[in-house]
Write a protein that binds this ligand. Structure first.
Ligand SMILES: C[S@@+](CC[C@H](N)C(=O)[O-])C[C@H]1O[C@@H](n2cnc3c(N)ncnc32)[C@H](O)[C@@H]1O
Length: 285
């Protein structure tokens, strides 16, 4: 077996991955392909990366294609990732949404976690809302007024997210013990999420390269730490598509350390503490 990735192989895989999921692997990151995909050479007793590419390009083996994308995506996530988006939600957005429901301006609030990985982001959204309602003694509005859609390209992470069970290492990453005690039950080595929070989130497998039109309009979109892996042109395309998926004044939140320069046609950029957020311009679509 020749487990080395030649420059020709690299170009084939680089193109394949960008076509399949938009992830752009720079030339100096060729080692990622070699290190993350060499297990498939062993698994299928293949002689070279070229043979693996041939298997993939025959398009018969959907499971292999998914496994390859899984191996190359970064699923790093944590609970309540960065403090300020959650402060933005609790200190401004939720109050506004609740008032608007009470005034009959809206029936519900729709939120999309567009690259949800193993579920920490959408479940943090649900816990954040539930805790807010409880802390403010709000009884007329419930978690049921908030529809949370969570999508990801990877079926593996979605399966884990839907289970709602986390090991101690994941639990320790960003989750305040007060949330843990309130929303999780310890079952041996794992922690099981409360059914109320689990049921508040709908998970759907979805590739951001596809059209968003079937999802309808959202008030708030979290598209955090996924576009950093995409080319500038794909990033621009996604944020444009999101602008059409937002209601008037709808908001897009990226990761605090993500920068998106090409927003002016579609968004006004605002800041709340360290969180830069993008408010869609006018009513689109
Ligand atoms: C680093 S995680 C970010 C998770 C979460 N948003 C956060 O900030 O903690 C990136 C996720 O994007 C997903 N992803 C990558 N390419 C995608 C695509 N084309 N469509 C949908 N999801 C994608 C990966 O599977 C991965 O779970």
């Amino acid at each position: 077996m020749n487990g080395n990735l030649s420059s020709d192989d690299f170009i084939l895989f680089q193109k394949y991955i960008e076509e399949q999921c938009g992830i752009s692997i720079r030339d100096d990151k060729a080692y990622l392909i070699e290190s993350r995909l060499s297990k498939f050479l062993v698994k299928f007793s293949l002689e070279s990366f070229e043979e693996l590419y041939q298997m993939l390009s025959q398009q018969k083996n959907k499971a292999l294609a998914e496994d390859v994308i899984d191996a190359l995506t970064t699923n790093e996530t944590l609970w309540f990732r960065e403090k300020t988006p959650w402060e933005f939600m609790t200190e401004t957005l939720l109050e506004r949404y609740i008032q608007e429901i009470r005034q009959g301006k809206r029936f519900r609030v729709r939120i999309w976690s567009a690259a949800c990985s193993t579920g920490q982001e959408p479940y943090s959204i649900a816990m954040c809302i539930d805790t807010y309602l409880e802390r403010h003694g709000i009884k007329d509005i419930t978690l049921g007024h908030f529809e949370i859609l969570a999508t990801d390209i990877s079926s593996t992470v979605l399966q884990m997210a839907k289970r709602g069970k986390y090991d101690s290492i994941s639990m320790a990453r960003g989750l305040d013990p007060s949330y843990r005690d309130r929303y999780f039950r310890q079952e041996g080595r794992t922690w099981a999420l409360d059914e109320k929070i689990k049921n508040a989130v709908q998970f759907v497998q979805f590739n951001l390269q596809k059209s968003f039109s079937n999802f309808g309009k959202f008030d708030l979109v979290f598209c955090r730490y996924v576009a950093i892996y995409f080319s500038e042109s794909f990033k621009k395309e996604i944020f444009k598509k999101i602008s059409f998926s937002l209601v008037q004044d709808g908001i897009l939140i990226l990761g605090n350390s993500e920068v998106f320069f090409d927003y002016k046609e579609d968004y006004d950029v605002k800041q709340y503490k360290n969180t830069v957020f993008y408010r869609v311009r006018g009513g689109k679509g």
